[in-house]
Design a protein around this ligand. Structure first.
Ligand code: 6LW
Length: 566
């Protein structure tokens, strides 16, 4: 059976994969989006269901104040002796003189949690990864950040032992590799036969990105560089779909086959202007960096390479039929069984619609009063208690307005990833604002400085009205003016995105949509075009602001997101 790449579409970078028995899990970075670290589960490497995030209590993670694309970077998920180990970086400041890259570990015996409170590790650099040696010792490898101007960005990797009994790092921090020609990050260590392999992303995370492998007979090095590096890259194939390929992690199947997951980006043709302060002329990636899977093989002399015999990843990867056969029957059985009992924790939760969404999108009618779907993320912290409810008005998500869209603190906003170049997203909202500082509506956003916000508000001259606010690197415009609408009726808001264009629509009382505002340049909501962003991807969501501090409520009856094939 073949699986089409990317397997996790939209903003899912820095994948880390682990197998526990018949279950595979992937962890991805979430940056400033809450809850921290995204998890997916699969039994066949083809179908992936989203699980609740491990960092979902404010005592574990508080991202208030962190900048766009900072927060959670590059988690590493491993399993040893009945326990899941998840290490990750919380970036509080970057692209300044002194970087703050604090590394933490949380553990759980069940992937669904509860996960522990974080244990502080060393902070030498980001992309920490834990290696469980077969003698019971554990080590953490990471890259090293360096704020000294002349020495910045050398590809240094360090290793330190982690003592699981004492729950702390012990012994010296030693440099195990210093690349002179290439910048290395995202390191993982694994062992096969009597080799320790160091598997690291090379050459940044842009279109030159790749993956390298090194090895040593000793975990502390010296590590030998494979002369075939990079073993995976799209850097010489600018027309290939899976650009930016690199940053791999490795998994061995039940039958001894090897697969790597890696990040990639699907480019728009749209480019930054040649005088852009960052990434001049670079193609834009609204979908951010996504997750792919590749089959790997060992060479005769024990190096690891792509199974296709080249260094270019496959658009479609062959996955073991045994997994597919087994999983399909299991899945079919689960469908039947899950109606009868709760024996399978994944299928019973999926049945409650907490974990899954259709491949082509979602329609959320907010009818489940117990929780919001795991598909949504909020900004930097959970929704503020008292400022949201699924029960005050059953069948509606009530959001009470808090701070404005530039705030890195208390916002009432939920959003989900764009997955494809063409999609439609819409909502129905009941909202009766009394002053211009009260707003609620539908948003397409990259970060706090870059968004398109179609919303209902109040204007002294027009009364209740609908308007479109666009923000491009802090330049704000209202290209549609303020259009008066009737009070007391539900308002329907919709956006249609087609590659680098976005058009908004609204309707009042029924879904007889009218276009509002010009066709917008959707490519500005990309890693390349956003001045503070680098690493996430565009999101679609709903939100409410009340800058008076009165907490005016908006009632959302539903929210939908539909991928369109084009
Ligand atoms: C990730 C690191 C990287 O931690 O980007 O450019 C960071 N390199 O490997 C965020 O994805």
């Amino acid at each position: 059976m073949k699986v089409k790449n990317p397997i996790l579409r939209g903003f899912y970078p820095d994948p880390s994969i682990v197998r526990v028995g018949d279950d595979y899990y992937i962890a991805n970075s979430t940056f400033e989006w809450w809850p921290g670290v995204s998890l997916h589960h699969s039994r066949d490497l083809v179908h992936w269901e989203k699980l609740p995030s491990p960092l979902n209590r404010q005592s574990q993670l508080d991202l208030r104040g962190v900048g766009a694309s900072q927060g959670i970077w590059a988690p590493c998920l491993t399993y040893d002796n009945g326990t899941f180990y998840l290490v990750y970086t919380v970036v509080k400041s970057f692209y300044c003189n002194m970087y703050d890259t604090a590394n933490f570990l949380v553990t759980a015996t069940d992937i669904l949690g509860p996960w522990s409170e974080p244990i502080a590790l060393n902070n030498f650099g980001f992309d920490p990864s834990l290696f469980h040696d077969d003698d019971g010792r554990k080590y953490m490898v990471s890259m090293v950040t360096d704020h000294r101007v002349p020495k910045k960005y050398v590809g240094r990797l360090v290793l330190q032992e982690y003592d699981d009994e004492q729950k702390k790092m012990v012994g010296p921090v030693r440099e195990i590799f210093c690349a002179d020609k290439v910048y290395l990050e995202g390191p993982h260590i694994f062992k096969r036969k009597d080799w320790y392999y160091l598997f690291a992303a090379d050459t940044g995370t842009g279109e030159l990105h790749g993956q390298s492998i090194l090895r040593s007979k000793n975990v502390w090095g010296p590590y030998e560089w494979y002369e075939g590096n990079s073993i995976l890259t799209a850097r010489d194939h600018p027309d290939f779909l899976l650009q930016k390929s690199g940053h791999c992690d490795l998994v061995e199947t039940q039958n001894g086959e090897w697969y790597a997951v890696h990040l990639c980006g699907r480019a728009l043709e749209h480019r930054n202007p040649m005088d852009a302060p960052r990434f001049a002329g670079a193609r834009r990636y609204t979908l951010g960096r996504e997750t792919c899977i590749q089959k790997m093989k060992w060479t005769k002399d024990d190096w690891l390479v792509l199974a296709n015999g080249t260094t270019l990843p496959d658009l479609e990867t062959e996955v073991p039929d045994e997994l597919a056969d087994r999983t399909q029957t299991e899945w079919e059985n689960q469908q039947v069984q899950s109606n009868e009992n709760e024996t399978d924790k994944f299928s019973s939760k999926a049945k409650q619609n907490q974990f899954t969404e259709a491949d082509d999108g979602m329609f959320d009618d907010f009818d489940d009063p117990s929780s919001l779907s795991v598909v949504y993320q909020t900004l930097r912290q959970p929704l503020t208690p008292g400022y949201w409810s699924l029960t005050e008005r059953p069948g509606y998500l009530r959001l009470r307005g808090q701070e404005g869209l530039s705030s890195k603190f208390n916002q009432s906003l939920i959003a989900r990833r764009w997955e494809e170049f063409c999609f439609e997203t819409a909502t129905c909202v009941e909202f009766e604002p009394e002053v211009f500082k009260q707003m609620a509506g539908l948003i397409l956003m990259y970060d706090q400085d870059n968004y398109f916000y179609l919303h209902v508000t109040f204007d002294e001259d027009e009364g209740k009205c609908v308007t479109l606010l666009t923000a491009e690197n802090k330049k704000y415009e209202y290209p549609a003016g303020f259009v008066p609408i009737e009070s007391g009726k539900p308002v329907y808001l919709k956006a249609a995105v087609d590659h680098d264009t976005a058009q908004f629509f609204y309707a009042v009382g029924d879904q007889n949509y009218k276009a509002i505002g010009p066709v917008l340049d959707a490519s500005i909501l990309s890693d390349e075009a956003c001045n503070e962003g680098w690493f996430t991807g565009a999101m679609a969501g709903i939100c409410c602001q009340d800058l008076t501090g009165f907490g005016k409520a908006a009632d959302f009856e539903w929210f939908s997101y539909q991928n369109l094939k084009r």
